[in-house]
Structure formats: C-alpha cells, structure tokens
Write a protein of this length. Structure first.
Lengths: 421, 230
C-alpha cells in the first residue's frame, strides 16, 4: 500500500515537472520533436498502407469492374452454367441483391488489317475472350460505360458492334514481347474480323475500353443476343453472373443463401474475395509483411530519435536533475517526468498524424489514386491497425524516454549539481 | 542533533589522490547558527556536502538525531534530505521552468501535500522572504538577490530540522547579501538550525558559532565573539 502510494506520488510529481517543462520549453523545440513524431507515425502507417493499397486498389477495381460482390461461374468440368435461367430466377428473389449481370464467354480471336495484308505478311491476330452482355445490366453492375475511353458504349440493339479492350490494341499497349499479340492501327470505326471456332464475322469497333483490370481490358464485349447466335447457344445458359449487393450487405451471407438454394450443383458461387487468384492473395500477404518490416524500421528509427532527444535534454539538464535530487525529489519522479514528456510527444504526434491521415491523406488518395502501372493505388489504413501501431509507437517512445532519463538520474547527485564527471 | 566523527574525504585525480578532509570531528545542537569558514580549497564546502548527505565520505561517521546516516540507502538519503534538510546553494539552483511559487512548493508536493496546501505554505515562505509579490515570476525574471531569497524560501518552506547554506551571498551584491543575511538571522531567531559555509567574515558574523577549517582539518571551533575580539 505504501509502495503504491509512493508510486502515485512519484507519478504526480513527474507529471507536474513534465507539464512545466513542456509548457515552458521553446515552441520550436516542441514543434520539431512533434514534427518528427508525426513523420514517424506517417512512416509507420502510410508506407505499409500504400504497399497494401497498391494491391488493394487492384482488388477493389476488380470487384467494382468485373466480379462485383458475388460471382457465379462455371463448374470446372462444365462448359457453361447449366440451368442458368433457374439460377437467375433464384437471384431475382433475393432482396439483398441490387443488380446482376449474366455474361456469355467464349474464346475468340481478332484479326485486323486483313484488307491491306500481303500474302507473305504475318496476319495481325490477337487472342481474346468474347463476352456477351446485356449492356444495360452490365452497366448497372460494373459501370462498364465509364471505362469507354474512345467511341461509345454498346446499345441493346447494336448489330456487329464490339467494344475492344485496350490491352488488345498496340497504341494502348505497345509491348514488344515474344508471344504477345496486339492489333495495329485499330480505332473506333475500324472493321475487324472476329472468329469463334470456325465462325468468322466482320464487326465494327464501337468503343475502346481502358482499365488496369486485365479481366476487362483484354476482352471484347458484344451484345448478348448477338453472341448467343454467334456461338450457337440457344438454351440461354450463361458462363458467369456478377452480382452487385445493396450497401452494407455481407457478400458471404448472400453467397451462402444462394448455395442453400441448390445453385452449387450447377455453378461455383464465390464472394469477390474467394474469387481472388491465389497469387494475388500471396502478393497481398507479402506486401503486408513488407509493410510491417518497413514499419518496424521506422519504429526503431523513431525510438532512437526520442532516445537522443531525451538523452540530450536530460544531459543538458543534468545540473537541475542533481538539484531536484538534492532537495529531495526522488529519482523515480524525475524518470516519470521524462517518460511523461516522451508519451506527450508520441501522443500529440500520433493525434496530428491521425488527423492528417484520415482527414487529408486517405480521402485525397481515394479521390486521386496513385497511378501505378498495374493498379490505382489507394491508402489502406484500417482504424484498428492504426491504433495498434499508435500503441506500439507510444510504448517504444516510453522505453526510449525512460532509458536515457534513468542513465542521467543514476549519476552521483553532487557530481550532477557541480557539473563534475 | 548532528555528530560527525573522523570524517575523511579524498578524490582521485590525474595527479593522484587529493585528501580534502583529513578527519573532522564536529557536532551541532538544535537551534544553533554555525558559520563554517576557511580559505578557498580548505574543504569547507566538501564538509558541508558530507554532513548534508549529498556526498559520501571515505571514512568517519555521521549521526543525525541518533541515526547513523551513512548506513542509509540512496533512496532513504533522498527522503531524509526532503524531510529533514533545507539547502541554499551558491548559485540559487532554482528550476528555470518553474515559477517562484512552484519552486518553493516542489519539496512540499514531494512530501505528499495536496497542491492547495503546498501552494499556501509556499506562499507563506515567500512572505517570510518578502517576495510574495513575485510568486508568479520564473527565475529569469528575478534578480540574483531575489532568486536567492526564493531559494531560501524553498529551503525552509517545509520547516527542515537543519538548513544548510553553501556560500549563499557569494554571487550577490552588498545590498542583496545584507537582505539574505537578515533573513538568516530572522530564521535563527525563530529557532532554525543553520549551518552556513562562507568565506566573508562580515556575513559570518551573523552566526553565533564559528568553525574554521584549514587543509581539511578543524582549526577553530568556538563562539563567534572570540574570533571578533581576536
């Protein structure tokens, strides 16, 4: 009990001394230390947040532009989703579903410049997937029309009109690599040959779709009724259904609801997360690990910074520390004062960092994603993780403040007062 | 009250070991005002640091109120200094970021007093040194004499059994020195035990007893009046 009350007394005196030192210290000194702490905080959160966000941006775009929230696709041993019309009927009954788009998909090839090609020239051919969509339904789910950068979007009555993904066009994707095929001199209005199996049709490019989501930009889109007749599928069975849910609905809940309806016998039902390729999941985990490594380095650097700041502060105030001990202030109370000062710097730095992060950086980067070659990077900073990092920062700072204070406090009282070594 | 026997203190330097105190015997009773004098380097300040438990002698014993002070741990010594001693240093030794009132209140707060009580007692102490009107000023806003008076207020605010003063007037002009000395006399008249190191005879004259140290030994210990007569 006596020890506890002595502990609180020391803490009280330490707090008293810390507050006086902080409030009467140079504004520049305090500002500089807080500035370092803000940078440290941002280093802890933003570096890993950008690394994770680099992939998360890609995942988010894939969800928004391709898979939507829940995706129903062909079973591995089937050519398409059997009983598709029944499944679509089931989807119509689920109230959590905002909209869905059913897609036909077939391997195809495109040939351009066939009219000007000489006999010995290599044909200008690129392999692709032909996707048949209801333009209105597709747009409601994936906002595909917003990705059209040249020409215009499909209309339900379009005949022999296609949207071409930019990945297939040399002017958008001028990569020269063995095996890589991109069509030359193709723009809006260009006629190209579309071949599915043995059937070839001449179609006109109505628009060009450009996005960093490969599943969208390396495909060709056509109105579903046209594709059905093109590939000879008259039974109405589709290859994929992407489902957009109402706000706040958990995709896993709807996935399970669909599966309970027996859809699993005819199709694979996945949330967008389930549908992520394994390599992407591995990259996310790797980048998360890298972020943690960078954060740890940042934490060590910040701890050393605080250690140096407190050490220099305590060293220059060694005489006063000696006087404090001389007049009866305990070493523990003096150590408390430095620990409180360290915590103050860490907390103020973190609070300013938090405000900067959530009021400026996250919204700004969300509005203007970082233009990485393969994704629009965002800043991922979940509140829980951020607070965990703040906890780490405060703890590391506390230790970094305590050690130098203890080192100075341990010195001989009289030597400290007289400035002797 | 305080009894010192065979006190020795030496320091190791590059030139070898320097023996500053070579065996001092000394005692003081409650209510005494003792001036410790000697030429520069005689060992008077070192003597004060030993008996005020700021430093540890190589040999000898210090008994305060029947307790062997040298057997105390560092923490016990700190607590003992807090509760039993008051210090006035040559260079005032005030904490620059604390106001006069806060400087004086600090030992009281460390004793566990509530803030209001501590500040009230601190203000009383400032009244005693006639500086209550400067209670809100930080040391840099006070003159040397005022700072030393604040230091005295801090030293006596918690009614210590012994007040130690190390050359309290050395850095002051004549007028401030006289003011400080007047305060010491008032404190002594009120029953305060004072042990003061000084090299200025006119200020030492305020004390009732003189201890003269030379070359680490006491060469005179007796009433101040005898020295004056001599």
């Amino acid at each position: 009990m006596k020890r506890l009350s002595r502990f609180f007394l020391n803490a009280r005196i330490g707090f008293f001394l810390a507050i006086r030192q902080l409030s009467r210290a140079s504004l520049w000194t305090n500002g500089l230390i807080v500035f370092v702490m803000v940078l440290t905080f941002l280093n802890l959160v933003v570096v890993s947040g950008i690394l994770v966000g680099l992939i998360q941006g890609s995942v988010d775009d894939t969800r928004k532009q391709f898979t939507a929230d829940v995706v129903v696709s062909t079973l591995p041993d089937k050519k398409y989703i059997e009983n598709s019309q029944n499944i679509l009927g089931i989807l119509d009954t689920i109230p959590e579903i905002e909209s869905y788009t059913a897609r036909y998909s077939e391997g195809a090839s495109l040939e351009a410049n066939y009219l000007t090609r000489r006999d010995k020239d290599k044909p200008d051919i690129a392999g692709t997937d032909l996707i048949g969509v209801n333009p209105v339904a597709e747009d409601a789910v994936t906002d595909l029309s917003s990705l059209v950068v040249e020409g215009s979007y499909l209309s339900p009555g379009d005949v022999d009109q296609i949207l071409v993904g930019s990945f297939l066009l040399a002017q958008y994707n001028p990569v020269e690599a063995p095996g890589f095929e991109a069509l030359e001199n193709v723009g809006v209005g260009t006629k190209i040959r579309l071949k599915v199996g043995e059937v070839t049709r001449e179609v006109t490019v109505k628009g060009i779709v450009d996005t960093k989501v490969d599943e969208v930009s390396r495909r060709v889109y056509m109105v579903d009724t046209q594709v059905r007749s093109f590939i000879g599928r008259t039974d109405g069975n589709v290859d994929q259904v992407s489902i957009r849910l109402k706000d706040g609905v958990d995709p896993a809940v709807v996935r399970d609801e669909i599966l309970r309806s027996g859809v699993g016998n005819d199709a694979k039902v996945q949330t967008f997360e389930d549908a992520l390729p394994q390599f992407l999941k591995d990259i996310i985990a790797t980048f998360g690990l890298l972020g943690s490594v960078f954060s740890s380095v940042g934490l060590v650097v910040s701890s050393i910074t605080i250690f140096i700041v407190i050490f220099i502060n305590a060293l220059t105030r060694r005489k006063f520390i000696g006087i404090l001990k001389g007049i009866g202030v305990t070493g523990r109370a003096i150590e408390f004062s430095y620990v409180f000062q360290s915590i103050f710097y860490a907390v103020i730095g973190s609070v300013i960092g938090l405000l900067l992060l959530y009021l400026v950086l996250v919204p700004a980067i969300a509005a203007n994603p970082i233009d990485f070659p393969f994704s629009d990077g965002i800043l991922v900073a979940p509140l829980g993780e951020t607070f965990a990092r703040i906890g780490l920062l405060v703890f590391a700072t506390l230790i970094a403040g305590y050690i130098p204070a203890r080192m100075i406090v341990q010195k001989n009282t009289l030597n400290s007062i007289l400035g002797r070594n | 009250m305080i009894t010192v026997t065979g006190l020795k203190r030496s320091f190791k330097t590059a030139a070898g070991e320097t023996h500053v105190l070579k065996g001092i015997d000394f005692s003081a009773e409650s209510g005494e005002f003792v001036a410790v004098m000697g030429r520069s380097g005689a060992g008077k300040s070192t003597f004060l640091y030993q008996i005020s438990l700021l430093d540890e002698p190589n040999e000898g014993s210090i008994v305060i109120d029947g307790r062997d002070a040298l057997s105390m741990s560092a923490e016990e010594k700190t607590r003992y200094r807090l509760n039993t001693f008051g210090f006035v240093f040559q260079d005032y030794a005030l904490l620059p970021e604390l106001t006069a009132l806060e400087n004086v209140a600090l030992p009281l707060l460390m004793q566990g007093l509530q803030r209001a009580t501590a500040y009230e007692k601190a203000l009383d102490a400032l009244v005693r040194v006639r500086l209550d009107h400067r209670s809100g000023n930080v040391p840099s806003q006070l003159s040397g004499g005022e700072q030393q008076r604040v230091a005295i207020a801090r030293a006596v605010s918690h009614n210590p059994a012994i007040l130690f003063a190390d050359e309290p007037t050395a850095n002051l002009d004549n007028e401030s020195s006289l003011a400080v000395l007047a305060i010491f006399e008032e404190l002594h008249e009120a029953g305060q035990t004072i042990i003061m190191v000084t090299h200025e005879e006119e200020f030492a004259a305020a004390a009732k007893r003189l201890v003269k140290i030379d070359d680490g030994r006491v060469i005179y210990d007796g009433p101040m009046t005898l020295v004056r007569t001599k």
